[in-house]
Design a binder for this molecule. Structure first.
Ligand code: GDP
Length: 332
């Protein structure tokens, strides 16, 4: 018998009925690079939207090796033991740049994967960071419609991707290590500023004392940053993902945060702002794609780059010439 194609409406209904297979199918459509899937993906996201939103979205970042996957496994298992439904999504900027992936290559979160109430999806690849981020944003909506109430968005702490994650989560957690006295120097100030909590991982064995020293340092450093609009003072905590210590405390911190920001209105306001941001980002992303994929523009760019390089044409004149061609072609 021929396999019947599953309809958009059916995918939506199954996602709402908490079917993880349908959830995967929906996300695959969102991630698809085939333009024929775009409309279907949009419809699925739209159909799931009324069932989304009832969750807490947590961003988790840190440099490779800090223990993100070990932490997420421990943290995720704590949450499922508390009756939560946990979805783990990843934004991996490396996969779009090198086509290889920092996050995805190893076997990760082996225990959490087997949990009925967990869903783990590696990063979409073959796309720009902006594209991957938008797809993760849409996937969050599908996960929530499927009943996942705690969304963990993981990213490698290497720069730009944090800003993208920041714009889709309620709470931002930075995983760090106690270094050799210079721990504060290695971290980009911007990432520290985004953090709602700094967690010093690997606080075990001989490392415990250093981890506690680092905690004091971070606390001092965080107090120098301007007050956050959320009214929240970032917290510093230590944990050992391997020994499973200090993990519950982190969940308590997040609960304190959501209680505070739901009371003062920041939680909902922020989500509304994020929705607007994503609308604008999607427009920007599509305009750029449309421009750079335009065959005549492509040819003209190559040609004019040379002319500009050889000082035959001013950069501004070249830019205007190319833009004129583009706008004229759009007006037709
Ligand atoms: P990721 O690259 O950030 O995802 O880091 P991983 O979770 O893969 O961990 C990197 C290495 O650090 C692995 O060898 C882990 O076993 C180890 N590791 C992770 N968490 C801890 C911890 O709490 N204590 C210790 N001692 N090692 C840890």
């Amino acid at each position: 018998r021929r396999k019947q194609k599953i309809s958009t409406e059916e995918i939506i209904q199954r996602i709402i009925a908490k079917d993880k297979v349908a959830l995967s199918q929906g996300i695959t459509l969102i991630e698809s690079l085939n333009p024929l899937h775009h409309a279907q993906a949009d419809e699925i996201v739209q159909g799931c939207l009324p069932y989304a939103n009832k969750s807490v979205r947590i961003g988790i970042t840190g440099v490779p090796g800090v223990g993100k996957s070990t932490f997420i496994e421990a943290f995720g298992l704590l949450l499922t033991s508390l009756g939560k439904k946990v979805a783990v999504l990843a934004i991996d900027p490396s996969s779009s740049i090198t086509k290889g992936s920092i996050l995805g290559d190893k076997t990760r979160m082996e225990e959490l994967v087997r949990e009925e109430n967990a869903f783990i999806r590696p990063s979409a690849s073959g796309d720009s960071l902006g594209g991957v981020a938008r797809k993760t944003r849409e996937s969050i909506i599908l996960c929530e419609a499927c009943g996942f109430d705690t969304i963990l968005v993981e990213t490698v702490g290497v720069g730009q991707s944090e800003t993208a994650v920041q714009s889709m989560v309620d709470f931002f957690l930075l995983l760090n290590l106690a270094g050799a006295g210079d721990e504060l120097q290695g971290i980009k100030r911007g990432i520290m500023e985004m953090a709602d909590a700094v967690i010093i991982n690997k606080a075990d064995g001989e490392n415990i004392k250093r981890a506690h020293m680092a905690k004091l340092d971070y606390n001092r450093a965080l107090h120098l940053f301007p007050k956050k609009p959320s009214g929240w003072t970032p917290k510093v905590s230590t944990c050992s993902a391997i020994e499973n210590t200090g993990i519950k405390e982190i969940w308590n911190i997040i609960n304190q945060y959501t209680t505070l920001t739901k009371e003062n209105g920041y939680f909902d306001n922020r989500r509304q702002e994020q929705n607007q941001y994503w609308m604008m980002e999607t427009i920007n992303e599509n305009i750029l794609m449309n421009f750079y994929n335009h065959p005549e523009i492509k040819a003209m760019l190559t040609e004019n780059k040379k002319a500009v390089q050889n000082s035959e044409l001013s950069p501004f004149a070249a830019a205007h010439k190319i833009l004129d061609l583009y706008f004229n072609s759009q007006a037709k």
